[in-house]
Design a protein. Structure first.
Lengths: 310, 275, 309, 258
């Protein structure tokens, strides 16, 4: 697949005096893409530019080979959009709403209706699809928003903070839905989030933004490789004592939340159990650290906010 | 939760065109307005206008003096402007305001339609309701008159033409006004207050000014005055209205279009915000 | 025993929907985490405490005062609501100052306190910008500023970490710990357990409108350990390790789940983890990884919340 | 007690400022200017002096009082509580140490001040334009009475609409129906039915104070004092009712999570 999915060419978008995006140049191929950055980093602006809802102040974009400024309708026929904020029509039933959005996207009435049933069943709203949207909970609303974004079977879906406001279970389910859709193949996703763990194991490419500037972009595997392997330990018991004892053995630890991170020479875990045995600590978790997108983001954001990674 | 992915039917379907998409929006907007309130107001309009029309025609037919002017009687009642205002408020005030208020405007704009399609659809829905309320009752009354044989069919036909002409004009003006005021707020009822306030102020102010100053062109500023002037002329009455009916008609139509364009301008700026 | 907040069989219904259903808990001094999924009743409890709602049944007191009522004691309470709505047309400094004035502070003092609170939450640069232009994270922080500006004894924070990015989250956590260190009592709700875990040991768990567990984390950890655990081990010699572990009487079963992998089911996780290091050291085993999906708060939470259904 | 005073001033000032801003201020100001614009356009044609001053005065009874004042007070007062309950910003006030009646009074005074800022010029500017633009001058009693009637209208309608917005979701709709149908149509009825409208007392007041001119012809069976006291008493009743209602009112939205 050589066809580019998205391409931005030194795109800058300014609102009055605020530069929401600065000189952004990326090229992404089809797949599942994580658009990651803190709030206000320009994620929503980028999505709106891709939809042709905003015009770039300078630079140019292409979505599925088309310029969203010049051919907005052709682009939007190929793209599904799930906005971050609440945007539903409370007076419609779930199925009525999704079918309606399908028809506005150009589906004939019958097709729209049968697809609305299908996608609502898929997002887990089979039972509630005839109820009015105003009675839906936060999680159900989020699912309806996803359903309306995929009802017209677009090859590209832009999902803006799909896990926003959901509890862990709801988040897992929402991400599970996206994973299931992307496994089907043939469809690309851009998933924007400020919760970095959301993207783990789900996306194959990332685009990291901070304050409107590109931190890094490209395949996850490439970005995550290239660091000394660490081991993660979780200890129950006298943690400071454990750390001190380990340090006496010449192994330095880094504390991250409730976890300890160490670099073990040649991956030998024995010192850990020895120290645990001495200090009476329990080894509740032991395993190699997987370098996460969160680590990557934090280290890149600290290192050089202005520098564009390869 | 079991996950079974959507299959999306068998073959890719042929997409419908923009007109069809706009019609879908119009249809939904029309249905959304068919709540109890609107239906009650429109029913009231039908009852009031149809009754006044048939009762007056029946009296006139007793004395054998049914003319085109007889059919104009509903417009002479002070209730008529109020009815039009209430209908315009209940079918038009929410059109854009509610979509901006619950932010579903974002969904419309992210679909393969243009803003103009969306606005045209909204106008069509509001306009259809207004036509139903402004043209329908007159025609219904005339149908009764025709069935009961109180007036010759040629006269009834001319009367019908007059109702259609004035009703369409009222529809153009109030649709534009409702859209414009609806685009200024996120709450339908504020738009409703504004519709009442603007039209009633003009209705009181314009004749006053033109009466005192003798400057008849000021009277064109009152839409109700314009509508009544057009109606009287359409029904063949050389009435008390000092305005030229043709000019009044042009003023109404142009201001309706102007308001609609203004609404479009407002909506085109609604979404242009940062995160 | 009375705490900072005492709830005794508090029930709150919204029409037919239950918000709280016989919620009883005592919130001790210091930071307490109120943890539960969306819809569990966290926001309902906060709104009751903030005097926005009235209990249908039960008693709820904060600082010894009934929660439904106003008066001077409200100055000793700060509330930071979950949702993001603000007086969008005001500037940040204006917003906080005005609310302090509503609390009866004279103008000069209100301004001074507002600036201090805004500095504390790190918004000094943005204080003269309109709230409309604030990002989600900034809104969260200005809400916090209005909540702490009058130096209240009790601070109620409904999902303060929601929508805040990792960097901001670290700063905010530090601030909350500092507030607690300076003698403030905090009740912090979250649906993300590990966030609260980093903040405090005192937890009240809520599900379906009821407190399903409360106490310090160790007690809740004991709850975790009171259930059987499935522990996955990685070692180059799974059979050898299995033979040794099989001799322990609390080990129920051992399964070989792949090359170099085994899964141990133990009835007593506490005993298992306590004995494992000694075994590894004395038998010179090479255990590369230890992992159990049952050993975290999420697991116990699912277990407890599921039981309440 | 100084604390109470500070609180009241803070809420009043907050509600005044939130009432007069943005598009709403622009719209309402434009609205308030309509009578003045009308008088300006009349004056520009140089009519007879008495015609000009009479029409400017008459305009107050025809347009400024029943429509312009009504719209301004309706929009400003109904939203005081309703919008803040819907936007969930009311809690920033109601979770503080201020008592709830004080919030009601503060909001009433704030919205009243905002209404007066718009309504008094709307009432007086047309008279001023008429005097300067070639009309007869008015005796001092005319602008004073007109301003007092406008203020009285703001006081009375403001109290009622504030109360409506506090207790009803459909406050604006009820307000429209009351303001444009009840207050317009009931005065047309015979007998003592018009006494059920506020506009009756306002007109009574105008006609007892002014003995000549277009505003002197309304039915005036009551004394000036009575016609002043009734609207003020009504406003006081609604503010007190609002304070009582607000003490028992839950100000959070009726659901668990937003």
């Amino acid at each position: 697949m050589t066809d580019g999915l998205l391409r931005t060419d030194s795109v800058t978008k300014r609102f009055d005096t605020v530069e929401a995006l600065s000189n952004l140049s990326v090229e992404l191929s089809p797949g599942t893409i994580g658009l990651v950055g803190p709030n206000g980093s320009g994620k929503t602006t980028l999505l709106r530019l891709l939809l042709g809802l905003l015009a770039p102040t300078s630079g140019s974009l292409s979505v599925l080979g088309r310029d969203p400024q010049r051919e907005p309708l052709l682009v939007r026929e190929q793209v599904g959009y799930m906005p971050e904020h609440d945007c539903l029509m409370p007076d419609l039933s779930g199925v009525g709403f999704v079918a309606y959005m399908g028809r506005v996207s150009g589906l004939p009435r019958e097709t729209a209706m049968s697809r609305a049933h299908e996608v609502l069943e898929f997002v887990g709203l089979k039972e509630q699809r005839y109820r009015k949207i105003r009675e839906y909970s936060v999680g159900m609303r989020q699912r309806v928003k996803l359903a309306q974004a995929i009802v017209h079977d677009p090859p590209l879906c832009l999902l803006d903070e799909p896990t926003s406001g959901l509890d862990p279970e709801g988040r897992e389910e929402m991400l599970g839905l996206v994973a299931a859709l992307s496994r089907l193949g043939g469809r690309s996703f851009v998933l924007s989030t400020h919760l970095l763990p959301d993207t783990e194991g789900l996306v194959d490419q990332v685009l990291l933004l901070n304050a409107g500037k590109l931190l890094a972009a490209g395949p996850v595997a490439r970005l995550l490789s290239s660091r000394t392997p660490e081991t993660v330990i979780r200890i129950r018991g006298d943690v400071p004592g454990f750390v001190a004892a380990l340090s006496r053995k010449g192994v330095e630890t880094r504390t991250q939340g409730s976890e300890l991170r160490v670099v073990l020479p040649s991956g030998d875990t024995r010192p850990i159990f020895e120290v645990a045995n001495e200090t009476g600590g329990q080894v509740r978790y032991l395993g190699p650290s997987v370098r996460t997108i969160e680590d990557l983001f934090l280290s890149l954001a600290e290192e050089a906010p202005d520098q564009v990674a390869p | 939760m079991s996950i079974s992915a959507p299959r999306y039917g068998a073959a890719p379907v042929a997409k419908t065109g923009r007109i069809h998409r706009a019609l879908t929006i119009a249809h939904r907007e029309f249905n959304r307005r068919s709540g109890v309130g609107t239906v009650a107001v429109v029913t009231l309009t039908y009852l009031a206008i149809t009754l006044v029309l048939t009762i007056n025609t029946s009296f006139a037919s007793l004395t054998g003096t049914v003319t085109l002017a007889t059919f104009e009687t509903p417009y002479s009642s002070p209730a008529w402007p109020f009815l039009m205002l209430i209908v315009a408020t209940s079918v038009g005030a929410g059109g854009l305001a509610e979509d901006v208020g619950n932010r579903s405007i974002t969904l419309y704009l992210s679909r393969p339609i243009r803003l103009i399609d969306y606005l045209a659809a909204k106008s069509a829905a509001t306009g259809t309701w207004l036509v139903i309320a402004a043209v329908g009752p007159g025609l219904a009354g005339l149908a009764v008159v025709l069935v009961l044989g109180w007036a010759p069919s040629s006269l009834v036909l001319t009367g019908a033409g007059a109702f259609v002409a004035t009703g369409l004009l009222a529809c153009i003006f109030f649709t534009g006004l409702a859209l414009a005021l609806s685009s200024l707020t996120t709450r339908a009822l504020y738009a409703g207050v504004a519709i009442f306030g603007v039209v009633l102020s003009l209705e009181i102010g314009a004749p006053l000014v033109s009466g005192i100053t003798g400057n008849t062109s000021v009277a064109y500023a009152s839409p109700i005055n314009d509508l009544l002037s057009v109606a009287q002329s359409a029904f063949g009455i050389s009435g008390p209205y000092a305005t030229d009916p043709a000019t009044s008609a042009v003023v109404l139509a142009l201001s309706g279009v102007f308001f609609a364009v203004f609404a479009g301008w407002r909506m085109s700026r609604v979404e242009v915000v940062g995160e | 025993m009375t705490g900072i907040v005492d709830a005794d069989s508090v029930t709150k219904r919204y029409g037919e929907v239950l918000g709280l259903n016989g919620f009883s808990a005592t919130f001790p001094p210091g930071i307490t985490g109120l943890v539960g999924p969306n819809g569990a009743g966290k926001s309902t409890l906060f709104r009751l405490l903030a005097g926005q709602l009235r209990c249908d049944a039960g008693t709820l007191t904060l600082l010894g005062f009934p929660a439904w009522g106003q008066g001077e004691f409200r100055r000793r309470v700060g509330y930071c609501p979950e949702h993001a709505s603000l007086f969008d047309w005001m500037t940040g400094a204006d917003f906080v100052t005005t609310l302090l004035r509503v609390d009866g502070f004279p103008r000069a003092e209100a301004q001074e306190r507002a600036l201090r609170a805004i500095e504390t939450v790190g918004l000094t640069e943005a204080r003269d910008r309109r709230l409309k232009a604030y990002s989600k994270g900034m809104r969260q922080r200005i809400k916090l500023a209005q909540c702490i500006a009058h130096d209240p004894q009790l601070i109620l924070l409904d999902e303060p970490l929601n929508g805040v990015d990792p960097v901001g989250r670290a700063h905010l956590s530090a601030l909350l710990r500092q507030l607690s260190a300076t003698g403030h009592h905090l009740i912090v709700s979250s649906h993300v357990l590990y966030e609260v875990e980093r903040l405090t040991d005192q937890i009240v768990m809520i599900a379906h409108g009821q407190a399903i567990a409360q106490g310090d984390l160790h007690r809740i950890r004991d709850l975790i350990d009171s259930r059987p655990h499935m522990v996955d081990l990685e070692t180059p010699d799974p059979r050898g390790v299995a033979k040794l572990l099989g001799a322990w009487d609390h080990v129920v079963s051992i399964e070989f789940t792949g090359p170099g992998k085994l899964r141990v089911l133990t009835r007593s996780p506490e005993a298992f983890y306590a004995a494992l290091p000694a075994l590894v050291v004395t038998e010179k085993l090479d255990v590369r990884s230890v992992h159990s999906a049952d050993d975290n708060l999420d697991a116990v939470f699912r277990y407890l919340a599921g039981g309440g259904r | 007690m100084t604390g109470e005073w500070t609180r009241l001033v803070a809420v009043t000032w907050l509600s005044l400022r939130s009432s007069l801003r943005g598009w709403r201020l622009a719209g309402l100001s434009a609205f308030a200017l309509i009578p003045t614009l009308i008088v300006v356009s009349v004056a520009s044609t140089h009519p007879a002096a008495s015609t000009l001053s009479n029409s400017a005065e008459a305009l107050f009874g025809l347009l400024t009082l029943p429509i312009v004042t009504m719209v301004i007070v309706l929009v400003l007062s109904v939203g005081q509580f309703r919008n803040e309950i819907d936007n969930e910003t009311l809690l920033y006030l109601s979770d503080r140490s201020i008592t709830r009646p004080m919030i009601v009074v503060g909001k009433y005074l704030g919205s009243l001040a905002a209404a007066l800022v718009l309504v008094i010029p709307a009432a007086l500017l047309p008279l001023a334009v008429a005097s300067w633009g070639g009309g007869n001058g008015y005796p001092a009693v005319v602008p004073l009475t007109v301003a007092a009637a406008a203020a009285l209208a703001a006081i009375a309608y403001g109290g009622f609409f504030l109360f409506l917005g506090l207790v009803s979701r459909a406050a604006l709709l009820i307000g429209i129906l009351y303001g444009f149908l009840w207050e317009e149509l009931v005065p047309l009825l015979p007998g003592s039915a018009p006494r059920l409208t506020l506009v009756f007392y306002l007109r009574n007041f105008l006609s007892t104070e002014l003995t000549t001119g277009p505003l002197s012809g309304y039915p005036a069976p009551l004394t000036a004092t009575a016609s002043i006291l009734v609207p003020i008493a009504l406003a006081a009743v609604f503010v007190v009712l609002g304070s009582l209602a607000f003490r028992y009112l839950e100000t959070a939205p009726e659901r668990e999570s937003a």
